[in-house]
Design a protein around this ligand. Structure first.
Ligand code: SAH
Length: 484
């Protein structure tokens, strides 16, 4: 370890910054955040520092640096564009034994500024000892995205009860156990969900009761359409907390793998005509696991509340008073549309979008076709692959143009992502012998036309298989034949 990370208390202490430009400004901002009184020495100030001086937030000493400026200082920063001045400041500060940092000169620093993740009062400092600042920034960004913004307030909340917990629990071990259970349990979850009063009430109750929280809970999590990067921060956080992960076919392995290694994995996948676990059994399983005190992550493809039966799965939990949370996911429609360059709405083409199930009930597609066959709206059919032919035919039968563009997105957002484009009259014929795999999504509407110019993502196999729609607008007519 080249540097010892320590946190310095600078409240109301004087810090000297030599230089008044943008580099100096960045350091001044940090010092002010730490509550320091900042003395700025520079012949002229840039606009940012000048503003701070005008508002009385820093004290400006116009002119050049002299050793008197070091009087009563706790810390010194040199950020001028003159290497000579910077070195001079460094030497003089060292002579007085003051901690000094010359910006971007690792050789002239007795301390360095780390990259910071600020969740005050929680502060995380990261440093590579000056070796790889970009790497530290990348690390910082990772931490920024994985540590919820509310952690600071959570730390404040538990901080207020530290003494009470100390009085209630006699040993260090008991206290540690209490805090671990509290900060991994309902109190923290309620706080992070914004229910601060509830969190505080539970915390007080647990302190009085003399035990932490070890209750079970279910997280109904939308895992998105396939690309693990489309998971939300919250989904990832809860997944990594889970003792058990219950998942089905649409959830890619890469996402299940994000759970803790020791977490139990339960596959409850369903294939068409092969319901390996009936819905009611899944609900019961979730309830049972939670009742055993486990944190259960129920992962569902896309969004749990969009053709996901998420509502059904949590009804039983609600009835039995088992705590649960629902985390939305990117649904197949928005995921596939984005990755295919097909905006679902567009001022020129579609003012509304409908998500429709293409799944049959008792062998029939029971849909309000007249409502669906409207101009200027986009239709997205989930589970429509098997009935593709019938869906397209019905839409034409009920008044949509036979040449209206339609796209089939196969395994959208995954490495096997493919887009097949045609029209209501010919899409089925074009794809019927291609062995298009499930899951696939059908998008119908003028917006599909935009795919040709806006597509940007291609699966690992080197690109989408694209059949350009037969354009009816003269200005856009292209005559590209099939590209395999
Ligand atoms: N809850 C899910 C939908 C479940 S229904 C969601 O919000 O996305 C299953 C249907 O979703 C599939 O038949 C298919 O039409 C669609 N689907 C899910 N993932 C998909 C993907 N990666 N690519 C294309 N379609 C997908």
């Amino acid at each position: 370890m080249k540097h010892l990370p320590i946190f310095m208390h600078l409240e109301n202490r004087t810090c000297l910054v030599v230089g008044g430009g943008t580099v100096a400004l960045r350091k001044i901002d940090l010092l002010l955040k730490a509550g320091a009184r900042v003395r700025v020495v520079a012949p002229r100030l840039g606009t940012g520092v000048a503003e701070l001086a005008a508002n009385g937030r820093v004290t400006h000493y116009p002119g050049v640096f002299t050793t008197q400026h070091l009087d009563n200082c706790a810390l010194v920063v040199a950020a001028t564009d003159s290497p000579l001045v910077n070195r001079w400041v460094y030497q003089k500060a060292c002579e007085r034994g003051l901690p000094v940092n010359v910006v971007d000169e690792p050789g002239l620093c007795s301390f360095i500024f780390p990259a910071i993740v600020d969740r005050a009062p929680v502060t995380i400092a990261i440093s590579s000892g000056g070796a790889a600042p970009v790497l530290t920034r990348i690390l910082r960004n990772r931490l920024e995205s994985s540590i919820p913004a509310a952690y600071g307030r959570l730390a404040e909340l538990v901080g207020r009860y530290r003494a009470a917990v100390k009085r209630r629990f006699g040993t260090i071990r008991a206290r540690r156990l209490f805090w671990e259970q509290t900060l991994e349990g309902h109190v923290a979850e309620a706080a992070l969900a914004g229910h601060w009063h509830e969190a505080e009430r539970m915390l007080k109750h647990q302190i009085e009761a003399g035990n932490g929280d070890s209750g079970g809970e279910v997280y109904l999590i939308g895992a998105g359409p396939g690309d693990p990067d489309l998971l939300t921060f919250k989904a990832l956080r809860l997944l990594q907390k889970a003792d058990v992960v219950v998942y089905d076919r649409l959830v890619p392995e890469a996402i299940v793998d994000l759970a803790r290694r020791e977490a139990e994995r339960v596959y409850v996948g369903k294939r068409r005509n092969d319901h390996s676990l009936p819905q009611s059994d899944i609900s019961q399983l979730l309830a049972d696991l939670a009742t055993q005190g486990k944190k259960v992550a129920r992962l569902k493809g896309g969004d749990p509340f969009v053709f996901g039966r998420g509502g059904e799965e949590i009804t039983l939990l609600a009835e039995q008073g088992i705590p649960f949370q629902v985390v939305p996911g990117i649904t197949a429609a928005t995921g596939c549309a984005a990755y295919s360059g097909i905006p679902l709405t567009h001022r020129d083409y579609a003012q509304s979008v409908r998500f429709v199930t293409g799944h049959t009930r008792n062998g029939r597609l029971d849909l309000d076709w007249a409502q669906l066959a409207r101009e200027r709206q986009t239709l997205v059919f989930y589970m429509g692959l098997t009935n593709l032919n019938e869906i397209c035919a019905k839409l034409v039968e009920h008044g949509l143009r036979a040449d209206l563009p339609a796209a089939l997105v196969e395994q959208g957002t995954t490495p096997n992502h493919r887009v097949y484009v045609g029209s209501l009259s010919d899409l089925y014929e074009k794809v019927k012998h291609l062995g298009v795999a499930s899951p696939s999504l059908l998008i119908v509407g003028e917006v599909v036309r935009l795919h040709e110019s806006l597509h940007w993502f291609s699966g690992e196999e080197g690109g989408a298989e694209v059949f350009p729609p037969q354009c009816h607008r003269r200005d856009r007519v292209t005559d590209r034949s099939e590209v395999a």
